[in-house]
Design a protein around this ligand. Structure first.
Ligand code: CP3
Length: 345
């Protein structure tokens, strides 16, 4: 049976434009909160394939999206490279010993050995393959090396990125050494997710916009392209989605290149601009401002506008970044059904 989401990624004809939401498995769903409470905490949930599988499937049943995204987190990668990850309630992820020098990079586990430690992720994917309806796709994912490096260097989320940027401008070789090591782990990680059963993979560069446009290629995009090309050489039929958030200027400067299938458009980039610059080469995914979900009327208006621009061609509906925890579930259901309504052929 064909999967509408995979077909759309490969620009094949579909009965409507498929839709999913970034961060669709999470705290806005009471059903998620229940399973997380049973698991004890977020990381236990990531480490428990049965429960991770359950929360991966929830948004398909509850919200009606066309694809499931593996339940995990981008930060399990540095965790398995040897940096101890904690989640501090109300404050997000924390690495208590961020990377400061070359010796600390050398001490991290690298390459396939690090990717091999993420067995719970592959187990979750295998379970999902048994449980997912045949017409629904499973999206695997990773963080982009740059986005992962921001947490590895700062130790936590940051508003200014001053520690990584100090490294970027005063010791770029050290930053490249970190990015290289992470890239080499991520290549194996992606292949192993695909071999476990992921139908599509997405690379999240959530903190792309922290880099000035003229340096974005050097410190992030080229590593993402290297990962995408590594995947496409081995698995040409597996769609690869790139999501660099907040890089309108980079798109405008013609910086986007590489062998991948889908470009995720963030909510700050006009869809019409993305279409003009990239629409011939890549299927576009996106891009409703996630806060529109607080109003059903504003959601409908935005979905109609995106449909008017994309006309159901070379397009996948999504938000322009992740759904927030206080969005009413019925509004998320409304978004998904409106995407299907306006794009029905
Ligand atoms: O449906 C899904 O997308 C579920 C899988 C998923 C999670 N994190 C679960 C999660 C995915 C794809 C991610 C990616 C992720 N993680 C990114 C890139 C995507 C993006 O949103 O930009 C980033 C930057 C992270 C790092 C991270 N993980 C942060 C900053 C936080 C704390 C802030 C927050 O949103 O809670 C997390 C925790 C996290 N990852 C939660 C979930 C469901 C919340 C944990 C909880 O309290 O249950």
């Amino acid at each position: 049976m064909s999967k509408i989401f995979v077909d759309a990624c490969l620009r094949k004809e579909t009965p409507y434009t498929p839709v999913w939401m970034m961060r669709q498995a999470g705290r806005y769903l009471p059903e998620y909160m229940k399973v997380r409470a049973e698991a004890g905490n977020f990381l236990n949930l990531c480490h428990n394939p049965e429960k991770a599988c359950e929360v991966t499937i929830q948004p398909l049943d509850i919200v009606g999206v066309d694809a499931a995204i593996l339940f995990s987190d981008i930060l399990v990668i540095p965790h398995e490279m040897g940096m101890h990850l904690e989640f501090v309630t109300g404050e997000g992820p924390l690495f208590r010993d961020p990377i400061k020098n070359e010796e600390e990079v050398d001490a991290l586990l690298g390459g396939e050995a690090a990717a091999d430690k993420l067995t719970y992720v592959y187990e979750t994917i295998k379970l999902l393959k048994e449980k997912l309806p045949e017409d629904k796709a499973l999206i695997g994912f990773t963080g982009a090396p740059w986005t992962l490096a921001t947490y590895m260097i700062e130790g936590q989320g940051t508003k200014t990125y001053n520690i990584c940027k100090k490294m970027m401008y005063s010791n770029p070789d050290l930053l490249h050494k970190i990015l290289r090591k992470v890239t080499d782990v991520v290549k194996f990680y992606m292949i192993k997710q695909i071999e476990a059963g992921a139908d599509v993979v997405q690379i999240f560069d959530s903190w792309a916009a922290a880099i000035e446009p003229g340096r974005y290629d050097e410190f992030s995009w080229k590593y993402m392209v290297e990962i995408a090309e590594y995947i496409k050489e081995r698995y040409p039929d597996i769609p690869v989605i790139m999501f660099p958030k907040g890089v309108s200027a980079f798109i405008n400067m013609g910086g986007v290149y590489g062998n991948f299938d889908v470009f995720g458009v963030d909510w700050g980039t006009p869809m019409s601009m993305a279409k003009a610059k990239l629409g011939d080469k890549y299927v576009l995914q996106g891009n409703m401002e996630p806060c529109r979900l607080y109003s059903k009327e504003e959601t409908t208006k935005c979905v109609e506008k995106i449909q008017e621009t994309m006309q159901g061609e070379g397009h996948i509906f999504n938000l322009g970044h992740g759904i927030l925890p206080d969005v009413p579930v019925e509004n998320a259901i409304h978004f998904v059904s409106e995407c299907k309504r306006v794009s029905k052929k």
